[in-house]
Design a binder for this molecule. Structure first.
Ligand code: NAD
Length: 352
């Protein structure tokens, strides 16, 4: 089996699907790896590191399995070998093109979030990176300190950070903000998260609205619940220096949690970091991909945040890909068991 690692072509995408360390492990397991020259360049991993790990430099598209981070372009799909397997964050637009090319697509984002698949959970690994960076962006844009400081010139009180949506990214943002010395509070519509919020040293904000959906995710709120939530959040948000939002509902536009009224009520110099920019944003005033200042509050809505910390993001993603490859390849043979829940869920196209 030969596994190909292309250079990512999406603008700003600095991650790579396999890092040299993981290439070495896959080589030991008997796989051949072909890496496109420069594939690790965005993450500052040079070609010779890949060669040293046992990879060959060459055309990755003609391989039996191609591993990517971002979804392929049409041109890239045209270079895939019929009968091959493509692994990556495939999104919603490539299934037909892959089927026409007779390529089996396995979407990393569709791997079920069950215990057995934890090591392959790229949504979680990349959300951890995003949550960490969100806390740093809050600190960077805030016009005040995060930690409490006792200095000869007097005492500076700690910043207060509120995280709305305490899933994987939210918990990491809470943990990071606390390490930097902020006082932290977490909020979610899934009450079972309260304990996890407390376990990272944050207070739990209870607004009395529960919305537990399928598979560990939240469900969308009803119109009535939404109005009530916004009313309570508008009051709660006042007094926080940094508000980090991460709320998502699968398959829908992200819910609006921070309105213009809330932003107006925040203290000048405060910051909103909105991680839901890709699905429309949790803050009414967010401009996805940009940093804007409204009512003296800085609103940061980054896109594809994990790509901006490419080394660690690629390392974690590579381990997710390695775990999936180990499931698919036994005794040097590629066997896709479509009765396996993981393979069946991840598969967006297959040979009939
Ligand atoms: P996500 O990115 O889909 O959403 C982020 C958070 O936003 C969630 O915690 C959600 O409850 C919250 N949210 C949605 N609508 C909201 C609203 N209107 N107001 C406030 N909060 C709102 O979620 P995620 O971080 O990818 O994962 C969510 C959960 O999935 C995890 O906390 C965990 O329970 C589960 N999970 C399980 C596994 C596993 O068992 N292997 C792995 C990863 C995640």
């Amino acid at each position: 089996i030969v596994v190909g690692v292309p250079r990512e072509s999406a603008p700003g995408e600095r991650r790579v699907a396999l890092v040299p360390k993981v290439v070495g492990r896959l080589r030991s397991a008997g796989l051949n790896i072909v890496v496109e020259p420069g594939a690790g360049g965005g993450a500052l991993m040079s070609d010779w590191l890949y060669e040293e790990a046992g990879a060959t430099l060459g055309d990755p598209w003609a391989c039996d399995v191609v591993v990517k981070v971002a979804a392929p372009t049409d041109e890239e799909i045209g270079r895939l070998k019929p009968g091959s397997v493509l692994i990556g964050f495939l999104g919603t637009n490539v299934a037909d093109a892959l089927a026409d090319r007779d390529v089996c697509g396995l979407a990393m984002e569709a791997i079920p979030r069950i215990s057995r698949a934890q090591s392959m959970d790229a949504l979680s690994s990349q959300s951890s990176v995003a949550g960490y960076l969100a806390a740093l962006l809050g600190a960077q844009h805030l016009t005040r300190f995060y930690p409490m400081l006792t200095t000869a010139a007097g005492t500076v009180p700690p910043a207060k950070t509120l995280v709305l949506g305490a899933g994987v990214a939210g918990l990491q943002a809470l943990a990071t903000a606390r390490r930097l010395g902020a006082q932290t509070t977490g909020y979610d519509v899934r009450p079972e998260v309260a304990e996890q919020v407390r376990s990272v040293g944050a207070k739990w904000l209870d607004l009395g609205i529960e919305a537990v959906g399928e598979g560990g995710y939240a469900r969308a709120l009803t119109d009535e619940e939404r109005a009530e939530q916004l009313k309570r959040l508008n009051e709660a948000v006042i007094g926080y220096d940094v508000v980090i939002t991460t709320a998502q509902v699968p398959g829908r536009r992200a819910p609006v949690l921070v309105t213009e009224d809330s932003v107006t009520a925040m203290r000048a110099g405060s910051v909103v970091v909105d991680l839901a920019g890709e699905t429309g944003g949790n803050c009414e005033l967010s401009v996805p991909g940009e940093v804007v200042v409204r009512h003296d509050v800085t609103i940061v809505a980054p896109l594809n945040l994990p790509a901006t910390m490419p080394e660690s993001a690629s390392e974690l993603y590579s381990r997710n890909v390695q775990a999936l490859l180990e499931l698919l390849i036994t005794d040097g043979r590629l066997t896709l068991d479509f009765d396996d829940e993981i393979v069946a869920s991840a598969c967006v196209t297959r040979r009939s």
